[in-house]
Design a protein around this ligand. Structure first.
Ligand code: PLP
Length: 394
């Protein structure tokens, strides 16, 4: 059997039609396949690789930490320097109330931990979530996923979860003192890049404060500079009670986190003790990689350059494009149908661009290159993208 057949036979499959490229190397904004063909990455691992692939500083941090120690003991017992220094760096880059970092293995686990924490803090159980939201695939996270199509096959799920339209007055009207938390993406990713209005998300913040409902903002995809500021919530002048991070948090290594005020987070330490535990959460190698990646991101001036690059994305133009939504170096290009989008994606891949569609917006093409993509590279990417659209329609 060749590798493709072995992949299909022995690696558990998640779809009948995986992208199925076989890469041997990735560096900067490019991935290289078994035949040596280079592909510019417009997915970036769904915002994992915000500083591109194989940054030498991240690789060195991984090697150094792996040589010092890898696993010592479950999370939360020993003082592990990579966790301590990364938690301190994150706290320094966040508002004062987001000062206690609970490191997990993944984004979904961050969602799980945050919902548990909210229930502990105010003793309530109802959760408000949004249509077309994605917060992970485990059962708690699936319960707040904003699509009945994906939820329904796995019922029963968490009770007392209510879904409302994102960015709607209707949602604000629902929130009262019976809710433990509201969970929302600061910018919705998988609905095809949807920004809330500033007035709406500010009203959401106020309503949560008035009713003692914790506001959980998920920046697992939107964080780490993707939208043009380190944290997307900064653009709305609000602060969540709990922030969810993942993806780029580990600099390419598996890592998630939920971050809150220490006074809230300390709820996990008593009655019962060990309120949330994990063996590998905050793995020292992942923390070392993530910290190195965040230092590269903040020192490199990449975030400040996002706005100018967003302007280039906004100029993408072709008669087949029905709508173009952007949030920083992140765009959704909507076509008339999934069929057209699929053809464009196939042409993009043939022309050396890795892209795909969005989970809840199959007619939208994803443009999420690493933030280190230069203006010249981006211009060339846009040129190939427009050429691919034309080829798909010819
Ligand atoms: N939240 C958002 C916004 C995501 O995009 C994702 C993953 O795509 C998750 C949560 C779940 O993260 P993970 O796949 O690491 O569990």
């Amino acid at each position: 059997m060749n590798n493709r057949q072995l992949f299909q036979q022995h690696v558990a499959q998640t779809s009948p039609a995986p992208i199925g490229l076989e890469m041997v190397r990735a560096e900067g904004i490019y991935q290289y396949d078994v035949n040596g063909k280079a592909y510019a990455d417009l997915i970036s691992g769904f915002s994992v690789c915000n500083i591109g692939h194989s940054n030498p500083k991240v690789v060195a941090a991984v090697q150094e930490q792996a040589a010092a120690y890898m696993h010592l003991i479950v999370y939360g017992e020993f003082i592990q320097t990579p966790q301590v220094t990364y938690a301190k760096l994150l706290s320094d880059l966040l508002p004062a109330s987001l000062n206690s970092v609970y490191f997990t293995n993944s984004g979904a686990e961050a969602t799980e931990g945050a919902m548990k924490l909210a229930k502990r803090v105010n003793g309530r159980s109802r959760i408000l979530a949004f249509n077309n939201a994605y917060h992970g695939s485990t059962q708690g996270a699936l319960s707040v996923m904003g699509s009945e199509y994906w939820r329904n096959a796995y019922r029963p799920l968490l009770p007392e979860v209510y879904h409302m339209p994102y960015n709607s007055q209707e949602a604000l009207d629902q929130i009262d003192g019976s809710f433990a938390c509201v969970i929302a993406e600061t910018v919705q990713a998988e609905s095809g890049i949807n920004r809330p209005s500033a007035a709406w998300i500010q009203a959401l913040r106020s309503k949560c404060t008035q009713t003692g409902t914790l506001l959980i903002l998920d920046e697992i995809q939107a964080g780490f500079g993707r939208t043009g500021s380190l944290w997307a919530f900064e653009q709305y002048d609000i602060v969540p009670d709990i922030l969810l991070l993942g993806k780029a948090l580990g600099g390419g290594m598996p890592l998630g986190a939920f971050i809150a005020d220490k006074a809230l987070m300390d709820q996990f330490t008593l009655n019962p003790v060990l309120g949330h535990i994990t063996t590998f959460g905050g793995h020292p190698v992942s923390c070392a990689a993530g910290k190195a990646a965040l230092e590269v991101l903040t020192a490199g001036g990449y975030i400040a350059a996002v706005a100018e690059k967003e302007e280039l994305l906004k100029k993408i133009s072709h008669p087949a494009i029905r709508q173009l939504r952007t949030a920083g170096l992140w765009a959704a290009i909507r076509f008339d149908s999934f069929e057209i989008n699929h053809k464009v994606i196939q042409r993009c891949i043939a022309n050396g661009l890795i892209t795909d569609w969005f989970l809840f917006a199959a007619d939208c093409l994803r443009v999420a290159p690493p933030l280190i993509t230069t203006t010249e590279q981006l211009k060339e990417i846009v040129r190939i993208l427009v050429q691919s659209i034309q080829e798909a329609l010819d």
